[in-house]
Design a protein around this ligand. Structure first.
Ligand SMILES: Cc1cc2nc3c(=O)[nH]c(=O)nc-3n(C[C@H](O)[C@H](O)[C@H](O)COP(=O)(O)O)c2cc1C
Length: 355
């Protein structure tokens, strides 16, 4: 099933007046929506599904860890198979590749090699809170070393040609916000041309709330575009995030996975009150099957059920249909079990046929 413009097929309780459409169109012109990097969750398969549903200006891959060696091209292509397709998903959405490391020289060498593969951009990770990553002086741990952030960004910027955007993604700090602005300035002065701010410290983990007002403080401190990120699960959240932060561009993380139509709805100016979860779910059923088939081709059969359950588990937040599917999938252990459940559970006849 072709999924571009899926939202158009959904019954809508909004009046699609000319003024409404013009307003949404103008809004879409001056704001950007980005799909967040999510290691172990949003790989090329999910990026493909989500960007076909649409609404994103670009997405960012999971991080490629750089530590001490010059990685072969296949290491970048493994995380970003989109490099084979001009760094775009099948729907044509650009995908930037994220690097994580702490050695400016080594990151620069790897960025140079990556740049030969034609990435839509290179993003630097200063937000990962994982203890194993932080122990090796990577991700959010570097937010205590603004000078190092500057050195890394400068080295990477110098290693790649000017037409490849170099951006950075940061949290507010390790334990507190004492160095937030110093870090942001270090990244901007180092040559980052954009900054995504996940509005929590490493210590906050993924616990709500996200401190959106801090994103505004960062935006005032630097002269580069700042993108807001954290805890945007709905159109109303998106509005509040923009109002509280004062920035126009937003990166969607888990909200994009739980509600695959979120970006399209925001783009079309459709509020949450007009959602029709039943109709959306019927559209999503073929995406769920598509996901299952792609995952089956990509990962070992024993890992495939876990991947599907991970997505359906998040979809449960937004869709009663996903809750029903989850109840059946929860105890399924093998790929054939999952295939059987999908074949009988999904309503869409075309989807059933494909299963
Ligand atoms: C499972 C998972 C994996 C993530 N992996 C990455 C990553 O590889 N690189 C990165 O910069 N951020 C990563 N993040 C952080 C997200 O990009 C985002 O900043 C965070 O989830 C906050 O946004 P949200 O509240 O909209 O989900 C990850 C988050 C999750 C939940």
């Amino acid at each position: 099933m072709k999924q571009d413009g899926l939202l158009d097929e959904l019954p809508s309780r909004f009046s699609k007046t000319a003024w409404g459409r013009i307003g949404a169109f103008c809004g879409a012109l001056w704001m950007r929506l980005l799909l967040a990097p999510m290691e172990g969750l949003a790989d090329d398969v999910l990026r493909d599904i989500l960007t076909r549903i649409g609404g994103y200006d670009w997405g960012v891959t999971e991080f490629v860890r750089v530590s001490g060696t010059l990685l072969p091209a296949r290491a970048f292509r493994r995380i970003c198979p989109e490099l084979e397709r001009s760094s775009r998903t099948a729907a044509g959405t650009p995908v930037r590749v994220q690097l994580l490391g702490s050695d400016p020289g080594c990151l620069a060498d790897n960025a140079g090699r990556l740049s030969e593969l034609g990435p839509a951009g290179i993003d630097l990770n200063f937000g990962c809170p994982a203890p194993t990553v932080n122990r090796h002086r990577g991700g959010a741990a570097l937010l205590e070393e603004p000078k190092l952030l500057h050195a890394i960004t400068q080295a990477v910027r110098r290693a790649v040609s000017a037409e490849i955007p170099v951006t950075a993604k940061m949290r507010l700090g390790v334990r507190d916000t004492a160095l937030t602005l110093d870090c942001a300035r270090a990244l901007a002065d180092g040559g980052a041309e954009g900054l995504v701010v996940h509005a929590r410290t490493k210590a906050d983990g993924y616990r709500p709330p996200a401190h959106w007002t801090w994103i505004g403080r960062v935006a005032e401190a630097v002269a580069i575009p700042v993108v807001a990120n954290g805890e945007v699960w709905s159109e109303a959240d998106w509005r509040r995030c923009r109002a509280e932060s004062g920035v126009t561009d937003v990166m969607l993380g888990r909200g994009a996975v739980a509600d695959p139509f979120l970006a399209s709805r925001i783009r079309q100016g459709l509020p949450d009150s007009g959602r029709d979860p039943g109709a959306e779910w019927r559209c999503l059923e073929s995406s769920v099957l598509d996901f299952w088939q792609q995952v089956g081709r990509k990962v070992a059969a024993r890992h495939a059920p876990g991947r599907l359950k991970q997505w359906v588990n998040l979809l449960r937040r937004c869709y009663p249909g996903a809750q029903a599917l989850w109840t059946q999938l929860r105890d399924a252990r093998t790929a054939p079990d999952v295939s059987r459940i999908l074949a009988v559970s999904l309503v869409d006849p075309a989807a059933r046929l494909a299963a």
